[in-house]
Each structure stands twice: as structure tokens, then as C-alpha cells.
Design a protein around this ligand. Structure first.
Ligand SMILES: NC(=O)c1ccc[n+]([C@@H]2O[C@H](COP(=O)([O-])OP(=O)(O)OC[C@H]3O[C@@H](n4cnc5c(N)ncnc54)[C@H](O)[C@@H]3O)[C@@H](O)[C@H]2O)c1
Length: 331
């Protein structure tokens, strides 16, 4: 961080989650003070934050609460100069089962963040949207102007959050940026996502039980996504904008399977499981990012290609295989 957040206090919601833990780790390494918003449990679990290897936790403050609760959220804002809002219920299949919960959780949380930021005159707000807001590609690559076409309740909740955030920029001049990351992967990701599922099954030498092999995704390594978050929070050029973050290359699930097999040195039988396939018209067949705006305005370009990113994820999963639960399918 050149001028950066060094020595300054930032709030990260969803800090115990996959991307949030990597973002927190990078911010701390670069000298920021981080208040990590974590969902309260009676065990005060820190989620994936407990896994970040840091020489010191001096600059990390844990804050427990629920993002749906306005008082909890307000209480996290004093002295905060920037907020990275990543907390959300993120499972697409889960959103088919519990659409109301996902909608309420994600929109109410975002609403609370925006109104607290306004009240506290927070100088930067980064809100996390998703490439899922676009649905299946109507044209490729998919940039910020691609039509919004949510194909799941989760995607619809993100469209709502996205619009709410931008409305706070237009209505109240709140310094907001909305980020639309494409599929992010890397160490610590849960088995909800396809890449860790493939890797864990391959490392265990099991037949690969997967959903459809044909959908194509733009897979972005978590370090690149995190850099996009930090770059966005530091540039005035992306205020009031939605910005796509993605590699600009799409790969099918089948291609991922082949690469993982090469990396673990095993060829495995692949079977398709019905329960892992999305309902008919909600399947998103291809996502491919057009991230030239992030390049132009932020100088952001992804650095880690799929083979390298998968290799680093395989290495991490190999080291943590014993701690990963036996059940390999989560929603
Ligand atoms: N992983 C991806 O590929 C991807 C792609 C695009 C967008 N995103 C977005 O990035 C963000 C982070 O995703 P992730 O993959 O790290 O997910 P994750 O599930 O690992 O992390 C989300 C975190 O939010 C927390 N959370 C949810 N509701 C909360 C509440 N009411 N109060 C407090 N905490 C709450 C969860 O406990 C969890 O720790 C999400 O907003 C997601 O929609 C992720």
C-alpha cells in the first residue's frame, strides 16, 4: 500500500470467510489496523481468521455481531476510515432452498452498512456484488454494461445490494464502489465451491462425484481478487461505479478436473450427481469477465494463472486434508 491503509483502521465484514480472511491477512501484512466483523457464536469462533499465519495479531480487533442488526453494525463503525463489506450468505443452491433468508440477510446487511457509513462519514465503502448478477452470458466478455439477469435468489439479492449501494452514491454522495468478482478460488475455500471439491476428492483418491462438467467459469485466484479490493478502496476513479474483477479467461469444470488430475498425478473416474446440478433454467452456462475497466482505472491485472493457482490450492489442501470434513458436498 503506497499511501494506503497503513496505520489506519478499516472494517472488514465477512472477515471469517474465505475471501474476507485473505483480505484481512493482506491488509494486516501491509500495516493496516483491521476491525474484523464476525458473526457471534457462544464459542466466539473466528472462522478462517484463526488460520491466518501472522507474526502478530496486534493490529487485529475482533468484533462480534450480526450484520442484520443495525445496532451491531453501527457499533463497529467508530474511527473506521474504510469498510470492505463481504459478509453475505453466498450459496446459490442454498438460496433455492431458503430464498427469503438469503434475500433478507444480504440486503438488510448491506442496508445497515450503507446507513452506518453515511452516519459515520466513512471515507470509503467497498460493497461486494458478484458475477452471478449477469446470469448466463448474453455476450462475451461480460463487462460492467452486460445486462443484469439474475438466475437464482442469491443473484437477485446481489442485484439488490448492488443497486442499493449505487443509490447511496447517487442520493447521498456516499463514497461507494461496487465490485463484481467472478468465481474466486484458493486456499481455505469451502467444499461448497467446485475447485476445492475436485481437489479434495482427487487427493483422497476417490472417484470424482461432480455436477455438470460443461459450465465454463472465469476462475480468479484469491490473491488477485484481494488486490482488486484494496486497489479499489484507494482510488477515487472508481467511486460510484460497479467494477468487474476477473481473469478474462474461461475454463470448463472438465478442464479444471484435467488440470487437477495432472497436479495430483492421478486419473480418476468421474461421475455426475443429480443433486449437484442446478435446476434447469438457473444453470449459468458460461461466465467470462471483461475486466478492462479495472485495468484502465486501477491498473489492476490478475497475476496468477489457473495452473499456478490450482497448484497453490492443491498444496494448501494437501497440508490441511485431515482437517477437511469427510462429507465433500456442501451447499
Ligand atoms: N467466492 C466467490 O467466488 C465469490 C464470487 C463473487 C462474489 N463473492 C462475494 O464475496 C463475498 C465473500 O465470499 P466468500 O466466498 O468469502 O464467502 P464465505 O461464505 O466464505 O464468507 C462470507 C462470510 O459472511 C459471514 N456472514 C454472512 N451473513 C452474516 C451476518 N448476518 N452477520 C455476520 N456475518 C455474516 C459468514 O459468516 C461468512 O464468514 C460475498 O459477499 C460473496 O457474495 C464471492
Amino acid at each position: 500500500m503506497d499511501r494506503g491503509w497503513k496505520g489506519r483502521l478499516v472494517l472488514v465484514t465477512g472477515a471469517g470467510g474465505f475471501i474476507g480472511s485473505h483480505l484481512t491477512e493482506t491488509l494486516l501484512r501491509e500495516g493496516a489496523r483491521v476491525r474484523a466483523f464476525l458473526r457471534y457464536t457462544s464459542r466466539n469462533r473466528q472462522g478462517l481468521l484463526s488460520e491466518i499465519p501472522l507474526p502478530s495479531r496486534e493490529n487485529l480487533e475482533l468484533y462480534f455481531g450480526d450484520l442484520r442488526d443495525q445496532e451491531s453494525v453501527k457499533g463497529a463503525f467508530p474511527d473506521v476510515e474504510a469498510v470492505f463489506h463481504l459478509g453475505a450468505l453466498i450459496g446459490v443452491p442454498y438460496s433455492f432452498l431458503h430464498p427469503r433468508e438469503v434475500m433478507e440477510n444480504n440486503t438488510l446487511s448491506t442496508m445497515n452498512i450503507l446507513s452506518a457509513a453515511l452516519e459515520h462519514k466513512t471515507s470509503r465503502v467497498v460493497v461486494t456484488s458478484s458475477s452471478e448478477v449477469y446470469g448466463s452470458a448474453q455476450r462475451l466478455p461480460m463487462d460492467e454494461n452486460h445486462p443484469l439477469h439474475p438466475q437464482s435468489p442469491y443473484a437477485a439479492s446481489k442485484v439488490a445490494c448492488d443497486a442499493l449501494a449505487l443509490s447511496y452514491f447517487h442520493s447521498f454522495n456516499l463514497p461507494v464502489t461496487v465490485l463484481r468478482p467472478f468465481n474466486t478460488y484458493g486456499p481455505r475455500q469451502s467444499l461448497r465451491a467446485v475447485i476445492p471439491t475436485v481437489i479434495v476428492q482427487a487427493l483422497r483418491g476417490e472417484p470424482l462425484r461432480l455436477g455438470s462438467l460443461s459450465p465454463r467459469r472465469d476462475f480468479t485466484f484469491v490473491e488477485d481478487t484481494v488486490r482488486g479490493f484494496i486497489d479499489s478502496s484507494l482510488s477515487p476513479r472508481v467511486l460510484g461505479k460497479a467494477v468487474v474483477l476477473g481473469n478474462g479467461e474461461s475454463h470448463s469444470v472438465g478442464e479444471v478436473v484435467e488440470l487437477v488430475q495432472e497436479l495430483v498425478g492421478r486419473t480418476l473416474e468421474v461421475t455426475t450427481e443429480e443433486r449437484r446440478i442446478r435446476p434447469g433454467t438457473s444453470e449459468v452456462t458460461e461466465l467470462l469477465a471483461g475486466a478492462s475497466l479495472a485495468g484502465e482505472l486501477l491498473g489492476w491485472t490478475p497475476k496468477v494463472d489457473l495452473r499456478e493457482g490450482l497448484g497453490r490450492t492443491v498444496q494448501w489442501m494437501e497440508r490441511h486434508l485431515r482437517e477437511i470434513p469427510g462429507e465433500d458436498y456442501g451447499i
